[in-house]
Design a protein around this ligand. Structure first.
Ligand SMILES: Cc1ncc(C[n+]2csc(CCOP(=O)(O)OP(=O)(O)O)c2C)c(N)n1
Length: 267
């Protein structure tokens, strides 16, 4: 098969935000070229994107799409590498990999399918589920505060941070292109409805707004929405910084310094 589509039967629920992510991914890969792109995924509903997009891909273990992407990019820096991850995948099982890839400024794009629950295993709460969320692992309501995905990436040093909504395909396409074009670690959190377990389509539509430009104070903007009912939800690019990438730094093999030099702050 030489085209971007696979013949595999699609098993996502009707109305799932994953369809929009699949559509923009296919469009983007066609532009970049199939032989110049590689994608990875963890385990979950999001990960089935590997079954539906005909491109070099690696279906990894739960929580490991980011580490796979880092390795692929290091081995072949010519490729555009995208890691597709669920919120459970990236913020529960794989959170350390997300943090380290952002810290290294690995030149990859991480796409978080933010449906606010472990969907494939039929509704358990994740680190970013809202407080009070009733699920199969929180039948009395989730007692934890939701984790701010963007704040995690920001505090780890991510050089590009963005958020979009699967219900606005144009914005999603535009934001994803900016994320892929960025040199360095880029994150796009895609708010998506999960029609089976957390149907948020109209909520996100009514409570989000598009930022017109990259804010001067990304830290403040990133905290504007607390992942619960309070505050409007900003969409767009929150942060864009130029810094040497992990691959560039590895190619230069780093700089050796002695303990004395470190102590004298000569690095
Ligand atoms: C280490 C490990 N823990 C748990 C599982 C079981 N498991 C498979 S899919 C899944 C849910 C995935 O949720 P998420 O990453 O949020 O993706 P979604 O299905 O919501 O797209 C879980 C818990 C697993 N496969 N491996």
């Amino acid at each position: 098969m030489s085209d971007i589509n696979m013949e595999t039967e699609n098993t996502w629920c009707p109305g799932c935000g994953n369809f929009a992510i699949e559509a923009v991914t296919k469009k983007g890969i066609k532009k970049i070229g199939r032989n110049k792109t590689a994608i990875t995924a963890g385990i979950g509903c999001h990960a089935k994107i590997i079954d539906y997009v005909n491109v070099n891909s690696f279906y990894g273990l739960h929580g490991r799409p980011v580490s796979l992407a880092v390795g692929i990019k290091l081995a072949n820096p010519e490729l555009s590498v995208l890691a597709f991850s669920g919120d459970g995948d990236s913020l529960n099982e794989g959170i350390s990999h997300l943090i380290h890839a952002a810290k290294r400024n690995s030149d990859i794009t991480v796409v978080i399918h933010q449906n606010r629950n472990f969907a494939l295993t039929v509704k358990q709460f994740t680190a970013s589920s809202p407080k009070g969320f009733v699920s199969n692992s929180s039948p009395e309501g989730n007692v934890e505060e939701p984790l701010n995905t963007l704040e995690v990436a920001n505090s780890a040093g991510a050089t590009f941070i963005s958020r979009s909504f699967s219900g606005d395909i144009e914005h999603l396409q535009e934001t994803m292109e900016k994320a892929v074009e960025h040199k360095g670690f880029s994150l796009i959190e895609v708010l998506q409805s999960c029609p089976a377990w957390y149907d948020t389509n109209s909520y996100y539509r009514e409570n989000s707004y598009k930022m017109e430009k990259v804010p001067k104070n990304p830290d403040k903007k990133i905290r504007e929405w607390n992942y619960d009912g309070e505050g409007k939800i900003p969409l767009g690019v929150f942060k864009k910084q130029e810094k040497p990438t992990y691959e560039e730094k590895m190619a230069r093999k780093g700089k050796k310094v002695s303990v004395e030099e470190v102590l004298k702050s000569k690095i």
